[in-house]
Ligand binder design. Structure first.
Ligand code: C2O
Ligand code: CU
Ligand code: CU
Length: 465
């Protein structure tokens, strides 16, 4: 029996016995049982062949739907939502709801919060999202492969208030690593994984190359941009239309904060208020800058008679109920993000890339196993903390914390905007202080969102108790 089969058996036994492997019991009903209420949403983790570029069919894609891109999930803030996930991938998976401050057992991290969802199983997630905004969802098991093949979807939490937009348009931005024949090539290169990460070759928005969206001329659109790529740091700008940044990483931004370009690292989101050009046929272009040059990602084209709206008609977004840390009382906890070439990781049910390059506090994450290493830090519930993130590498890392929202506080390298987020782009050799209130108990994954970095060591978790 191989190690993998052995683990499968242990997981299966654990399931039957309702047993625990990490010491924390997974709640009954947090996953396994789907009887009771009908779900609000169903996701079907699937493999599929799909025409990504024109009519060229790419084989071996993965999605949360059997026949196309992952659906955009729309939830209402504060409303209990049930999502049933059926696994038809042929390999284990889990689903993580990136940015949602929900109960730990719904967080979708293998072994830390739930058992992997095995082929053929249906698992029920249910939660109420406390914050409105733009979020996303993705697997946390065999993460590089499943995400690189397509499993990244938008999750929108709607407010009760009508913010005054005529339209709401989501752009799921990501690359695919395809060869000239439109088929997947190696999903990563070790040489790149040990540096900035491996880039895709085909840039897409909503699984389309430079799509054009027709929108009523002169109307107000809420454009939700989600960087779901496994590596890329986008430098976004919009030309040809009036636009204002209104939120970053789900949280409303100060009106005066209008950067020249919006930098979105892997995992981050931006919401823009846009006034579509007035004249029919006029087009606005969303660009990302690569080596100093703009590359078009998507176009918005005005159609029909002008709706004659004005950006000034929009009321500011209501803030989310995120607790403000009390900085004078905050304990400072240092974390070191570093280089740590190490042993080849052991095979895991949730995949391994076969290399160790990175570490947090000199400890490379060994992979996803029933026996997790200890927490990087233990925070007391309700207290304020400053997490001091020191990057001793010459690469930048989008550092993501599950389950909690933090404020950018200070950097030894740059002026920081006053932003709330769950993912901070830690720059090369930077020390960045972030502040938070540890108000959500549980074991929260803490990792780089360049998935190759995450899967070659740059991961761990923080316990709030
Ligand atoms: Cu989107 Cu563990 O992350
Ligand atoms: Cu997350
Ligand atoms: Cu990284």
């Amino acid at each position: 029996m191989s190690a993998n089969q052995n683990l499968t058996r242990r997981v299966a036994l654990g399931l039957l016995a309702g047993g625990t492997m990490t010491g924390g019991a997974f709640l009954l009903g947090s996953g396994r049982l789907t009887r009771g209420a009908a779900p609000d949403h169903r996701l079907q983790a699937s493999t599929l062949d799909y025409a990504l570029q024109g009519d060229q069919v790419t084989a071996g894609m993965m999605s949360f739907a059997a026949d196309g891109p992952p659906p955009v999930l729309r939830l209402r803030r504060g409303a209990e939502t049930i999502i049933d996930v059926t696994n038809d991938l042929g390999e284990p998976t889990t689903v993580h709801w990136h940015g949602l401050r929900i109960a730990n057992q719904q967080d979708g991290v293998p072994y830390l919060t739930q058992w992997p969802i095995m082929q053929g199983e249906t698992v029920r997630y249910s939660f109420a999202a406390p914050d409105a905004g733009t979020f996303w969802y993705h697997p946390h098991c065999n993460t590089l492969e499943q995400m690189a093949r397509g499993m990244t979807g938008a999750l929108i939490v709607e407010d009760d208030e009508n913010a005054g937009f005529d339209r709401d348009l989501v752009l799921n931005l990501r690359d695919f690593r395809l060869g000239k024949d439109g088929q997947f090539i190696e999903l990563f290169r070790p040489r790149q994984a040990a540096r900035g990460g491996t880039f895709g070759t085909v840039m897409t928005a909503n699984w389309r190359v430079q799509p054009t969206y027709d929108l009523p001329g002169g109307s107000l659109v809420r454009l939700r941009l989600i960087a779901t790529d496994v590596t890329r740091i986008y430098r976004l700008s919009l030309t040809g239309a009036e636009a204002r940044l209104i939120a970053l990483d789900s949280h409303p931004t100060p009106p005066a904060y209008q950067p020249q370009e919006i930098v979105l690292a892997a995992g981050q989101r931006a919401d823009l208020a846009i006034r579509v050009p007035e004249v029919e046929g006029e087009t606005a272009v969303l660009n990302t800058t690569i080596s100093g040059r703009p590359v078009a990602l998507a176009r918005l084209r005005a159609v029909g008679r002008s709706a004659g709206r004005r950006l000034a008609e929009l009321a500011p977004l209501a803030p989310n109920p995120v607790a403000e840390p009390v900085l004078e009382k905050a304990e400072i906890i240092p974390f070191l993000f570093g280089w740590a070439p190490g042993d080849r990781p052991a095979p895991s049910l949730c995949g391994t890339l076969g290399y160790t390059f990175w570490s947090i506090n000199r400890q490379p994450w060994p992979g996803d196993f029933p026996e997790a290493p200890g927490a990087l830090a233990v925070l007391k519930k309700g207290r304020s903390y400053i997490l001091r993130l020191r990057n001793e590498t010459k690469n930048s890392h989008p550092i993501h914390l599950h389950g909690l929202t933090f404020r950018l506080f200070r950097s030894d390298k740059r002026q920081l905007p006053p932003l709330l987020t769950d993912t901070a782009l830690l720059q090369a050799n930077e020390t960045l202080d972030i502040a938070l209130v540890a108000d959500n108990p549980g074991d929260w994954a803490f990792h780089c969102h360049v998935i190759e970095h995450q899967k070659t060591g740059l991961a761990g978790y923080i316990r709030v108790e």
